[in-house]
Design a binder for this molecule. Sequence first.
Ligand code: ARG
Length: 460
Amino acid sequence: MKNKKLWGGRFEGASADITEKISASIHYDSRLYRQDIRGSIAHARMLKKTGILTGDELQAIEKGLEEVLAEIENGSFEFSQSLEDIHMNIESALTQRIGDAGRKLHTARSRNDQVALDLRLYVRDEGRAVRELLGALIALLAETAERHVETVMPGFTHLQVAQPVRFSHHLLAHAWALLRDRERLDAALAATSALPLGVGACAGVNYENDREFLREELGFESITPNSMDTVSDRDFVLDFLYFSAVLGMHLSRMAEEIVLWTTGAFGFIKLADGVTTGSSIMPQKRNPDVAELIRGKAGRLYGNLISLFVTMKGLPLTYNRDLQEDKEPLFDSIDTVKLCLEGMREMLATMEVESDVMKNAAATGYSTATDLADYLVKKGVPFRKSHEIVGNIVKHCESTGADFFSMAPEELKKFSGAFDDDVRESLDPASSTERKMSAGGTSRGEVFAQIKSLREKLGT
Ligand code: ARG
């Protein structure tokens, strides 16, 4: 005989197996147990305050819920699929322990406002943990940048050598993107700041309740203003999934560069053994699987966002069971961003930077051709003209095999009378970074300024 449902009063027939199977969320929403119990304790205190529960009943409920919590934490709690979800598993375990007081807990509450509360609390709790990991990664990038201010590498556009940049500048470019992610996370967390509990199923409850008391008890900033919107709204989950998708995109771009930089062709960095893997057939291999997986996981983060977007589209107000489909994408995105942030941090913290390889690569691909054109501009040649002159020099080097970076002033003078003996400096990749005068450019001073301002924003 199947368990009698908590909602079973008006039913004669038992649930079909498939109904139990398709309804059950306990195999994933069990992870909401802490938030569910925290919410129930606050709710019970409110019921005591408004006279629905006696002091003894409240005490029994609090004690019973603490015991259930301990059982779940030590792994001895038995979750039941036929009790559907975490809310009914906990309520039923409580009632088994304490009897009628447990049966009163659900007064003036619906699972609809209960789940809206649990999920907000969960996003807040996990969001804070993600925020820490993100902050630590940004801080690590700043610290690594600080150690590599003097390391010069080629900057790329179209993945072709463009202009020399400091390695620190490149690392900081990623740090700024991650700092924007942290702002997006803060916005997602701000979207959880209104308390949903106390609106009941959709219209409000038939008891005098005290949502202000609940707000205070659970640490929310305000209370939601409309009961129907409250039980329908999953915007805060979408906000978190959007934050995760953009973060995943940024991490995948970093990961792709790590993959490229560790190839024989680049050789800019070496990953530690701990974050690489071997091949089962090719003995020489050392593959950047962690980076590749971080690159790949962006896909599921996008998918999770789209999945909930599609679930939400066209849903009539207010609560519909479709909303239960919000949890797996959310949980998966939380787990995935945590994994990716930790993996990225481990790779960066343990990598070896091949400064000489970078330096040599900076002296390829005519990386100072723009500096040479700008040299001519400073000697009075209009930029379009100087661009063409340097283009001719590049063409000459390509056809004769002459080394661009060591061209003598006499040779250059054949292309333009504006070249002087002081031209050598303009060909040098190492000093190219110091010729950059823009705020936000790759000069030493600007890089140090970025590190400082990044740290101020991080609060470290
Ligand atoms: N497990 C459900 C969910 O996640 C809880 C709310 C169920 N409410 C209901 N009226 N069936 O959405």
